[in-house]
Design a protein around this ligand. Structure first.
Ligand SMILES: NC(=O)c1ccc[n+]([C@@H]2O[C@H](COP(=O)([O-])OP(=O)(O)OC[C@H]3O[C@@H](n4cnc5c(N)ncnc54)[C@H](O)[C@@H]3O)[C@@H](O)[C@H]2O)c1
Length: 357
């Protein structure tokens, strides 16, 4: 078990690693708990489902967590908490991918002005990204994460056993954030991912625990310096402005966010090299690491004009400029306000023409 502390808010978040799913519940015996659960996780992990059935915990199941990360589910959970006389001292537990834990976190943040909250993220993206940093949210009128708050859980419980039931592309979706954390932190972290690629792909538990722990440490250290995202936290957006444009170009047939981020990181790294900021050798290393995983980009639309249109609408932009996170080296991200949209568009055109899906 490792403890982490978000110093800006003076709150402690305890991070626990468990080897066996059954151990997770030992700490919860005797506590009044309400579970917001991803139904897919329970059907893939029957032992967990049966523990929940036997326990006195109240639970609500989400069949399609992203589609249900909305006001209706929020209201339903609040009503159930009230009906069962939950107080601020009782526990709300989010068990599932990022959509489930975001929704659970927003309920926990607002029920009676904040109740006790535990995250049990079950997707790789949830474990290394969504559960860390205190952002909670629901979608509203089709706009992602439009309503939300910053609220830390008391505990984040990680168990790599959950990851065995994720399909390959969902697993790689989360790995995009692991690679991102490595690129913005150090060459050593990126080398570790490359050296351990076979163990990662075969989901070897010890290796996964190690890379998840490292990845969380990167996000945690950035967030603890800048909880409310006024400075350094923006580095976590590396690859994301390009990704936002790519997701916009694919909005009719949405793609996995991590896949857009991977292409976005390749674009941001290549653009950094193009601008003379990043060494060719560093760019090659980034390409080599990403290229060693089996990302399926075959159905991704890379229409240049639409990508740029999407990038312009990114909420991170100041006025007419496009805000990018570029690299001066591996482990050395910098904020860049791009004024020359024509140059950027030409770069994206060259990139997409040469990109092998
Ligand atoms: N709060 C934050 O800082 C933050 C950061 C990044 C992303 N997010 C949010 O997280 C969400 C994306 O997270 P996600 O990729 O986990 O999406 P998700 O929660 O929708 O899960 C993706 C799919 O995997 C399934 N799943 C989850 N765990 C599983 C398991 N162990 N076995 C089998 N299937 C499993 C889910 O049922 C779903 O079908 C988005 O809503 C995004 O906005 C939040």
């Amino acid at each position: 078990m490792r403890e982490i502390e978000f110093t800006n808010t003076k709150e402690k978040v305890i991070l626990k690693f468990f080897d066996r799913t059954s151990d997770i519940f030992k700490d919860l015996v005797g506590k009044k708990c309400f579970f917001v659960c991803d139904a897919n996780v329970l059907s893939s992990h029957p032992s967990m489902a049966s523990w929940l059935d036997k326990s006195k915990a109240i639970k609500i199941l989400l069949d399609q967590p992203e589609a249900q990360k909305n006001l209706e589910s929020y209201k339903k959970i609040i009503e159930a908490l009230k009906k069962h006389n939950f107080t601020r001292k009782d526990y709300l537990i989010g068990l599932g991918g990022g959509a489930t834990t975001d929704l659970a976190g927003f309920v926990a943040a607002t029920y009676m002005r904040g109740m006790r909250f535990i995250q049990i993220p079950t997707s790789l993206l949830g474990q290394v990204d969504a559960s860390v940093g205190g952002k909670t949210a629901i979608n509203f009128e089709g706009i992602k994460n439009f309503v939300g708050s910053f609220y830390n859980p008391e505990q984040i419980i990680i168990n790599t056993e959950f990851l065995s039931s994720l399909n390959e592309q969902e697993f790689l979706n989360g790995l995009a954030e692991v690679i991102k954390h490595a690129i913005i932190s150090s060459e050593e972290s990126l080398n570790e991912i490359f050296d351990e690629k076979s163990a990662i792909v075969s989901r070897e538990p010890e290796t996964l625990s190690q890379i998840i722990d490292n990845s969380i440490a990167v996000k945690e250290s950035i967030v603890s310096e800048d909880f409310n995202e006024t400075g350094k936290r923006k580095f976590l957006n590396f690859g994301h402005t390009f990704a936002h444009g790519i997701e916009y170009a694919n909005r009719m047939q949405p793609i996995l966010h991590g896949h857009a981020v991977v292409i976005g990181m390749l674009m941001a790294s290549t653009y950094s090299e193009h601008k003379g900021m990043l060494d060719a050798a560093d760019l090659e290393k980034i390409k080599q690491v990403i290229g060693s995983f089996n990302y399926d980009f075959s159905n991704i639309n890379l229409d240049v004009e639409t990508i740029v249109e999407g990038m312009k609408s990114d909420k991170k932009n100041q006025s007419e400029k496009i805000t990018l996170i570029l690299l001066k080296g591996i482990g050395n991200p910098v904020l860049h306000e791009e004024e020359n949209i024509k140059n950027l568009t030409n770069f994206i055109r060259d990139f997409t023409e040469n990109f092998e899906k």
